[in-house]
Design a protein. Structure first.
Lengths: 252, 252
DNA sequence: GGGCAAGTGTGAGCTAGCTAACAGCCGCTT
DNA sequence: AAGCGGCTGTTAGCTAGCTCACACTTGCCC
């Protein structure tokens, strides 16, 4: 995605031994895939990388209680994070599931409207974070970042609009199919046989929260898709899609 | 919203006599309320205003067919514009209704993903427009604009997320109530008696498209609200809300 | 001023999906 | 190895909301 940033790794990696937990080479390599830093000049990248702190959280950590809401931007290096709103009856509405390369929390930094949603790690996850001032400085010093931000928000808004359209027009079969295809597109690794695995722990309740349906209904729908070999689920709740066309047909 | 930009009107208004249809004083005053130009320095504002063209369209104009999609940014001075996707069965899903001060089309300029939605004027509407290069130059020359853009996208995304949550959890009563309150908040003028009028032509089909329900169901819900004097509708399809608390209660 | 297009109002009948209630099952923890 | 928390699977019964169908009003265009 961004060739220039690979140089952090070579030119500046060792510098971070000082005041930060050092990022491993593998982790620095992942920085290349962080959309927010795409196209950054090496010097700027270096400066920013010095203000990034790495931290690994166990599954189920509520990131909002780790730091003050609206004070930190997280960048996901590995793992998955669920952004959701809890309902009175204990069910969740899931706004988004984000994975490696995604950025969390920049919205509250910008408009400082309080966060209404909860952010929880789904698996053990390694994140980088940056405090408010570092982030705002970065925006100041590197206009590319602001542009990247605009692009990211713009594409999230597009996805949100698609989601709205899906909720307004599709039945539960269609909504589940659409959601799975969206994940496959964003995070999936297609294998030789045309199967795409979604490397996110996804329970049926999660899916229900994502598509705005009851857990029971989602169970039936998943059963239906499994029976037809459109998909399969492994013991760690990772879903593999075997027949993308068939699923796509449900979206109309 | 932005006091500095008022100076366009005094210092530069006359200059536009040259190659552009001149903007009236009243229209220039409206520029103050354009979020995109908030906080712009007078010189920059002047430069930009020279690249803006004003145009008035009758109700029902499809703006996508006036200009190439993805080539123009519109700024709404007066009137309302509906962004929607047409379904196979002739019904609409309405993504957004935008009014004075709002900006249309910047997303496609940024990520140049094609426009999927249709944009239509609801009433006679006066818009300013700016072509792709003028817009990109403005972003280059005035970083404030990029920041404003980030802020705008961020708040639209927030609204979209609220909409998703509403679709996933509320029944049609709740969704209609929420939608009306959102409009009241954004465009409403409260009067002495605590009534808020929504200055947008809103048919029941429009509402149905906005909340993802059938026209018939919306009819019933509106009837219910009318009966209880929560709202009333005038002959031009303008809805007035008389009991905000009662409506808010439906949102839970 | 007659007719048509666009919108509201209403009812009958049907169904997708909800709620509630349990019965497995699997894998961690002690 | 026993027990428990978390997740899947399934069913019965109910209802909100959909579809279809049609009558009524209003404003607008020719």
């Amino acid at each position: 995605m961004n060739p220039t940033i690979t140089t952090i790794n070579q030119s500046f990696g060792w510098r971070m031994l000082g005041d930060n937990p050092m990022l491993s080479d593998a982790e620095l390599a992942l920085l290349r895939d962080v959309e927010l830093f795409d196209g950054l000049a090496p010097e700027q990248a270096a400066q920013i990388s010095r203000r990034l702190v790495r931290r690994t959280f166990p599954a189920g950590t509520n990131l909002m209680s780790v730091e003050q809401p609206g004070e930190v931007v997280y960048i996901i290096l590995s793992g998955t994070v669920k952004i959701h709103v809890e309902q009175a009856d204990g069910t969740d509405v899931i706004i988004a599931m984000l994975g490696a390369g995604d950025t969390v929390g920049e919205m509250s930094l910008i408009d400082s409207a309080g966060r209404s949603a909860t952010v929880v790690t789904q698996e053990e996850s390694t994140l980088l974070w940056m405090n408010r001032t570092a982030f705002l400085e970065a925006l100041q010093n590197a206009p590319v970042i602001t542009l990247n931000l605009v692009r990211m928000l713009s594409s999230r808004l597009r996805l949100a609009n698609e989601q709205i359209q899906a909720l307004a027009t599709l039945d539960v079969h269609g909504r589940v199919a659409r959601q799975l295809l969206a994940f496959a597109q964003k995070y999936g690794h297609p294998d030789e046989a045309g199967t795409v695995q979604i490397p996110i722990r996804l329970t049926q309740s999660d899916l229900a929260g994502l598509v705005g349906a009851s857990r029971e209904r989602v169970n039936q729908v998943i059963g239906y898709f499994k029976q037809r070999r459109y998909l399969s689920v492994d013991q760690h709740y990772h879903i593999s899609l075997h027949n993308l066309e068939a699923l796509a047909k449900r979206i109309k």
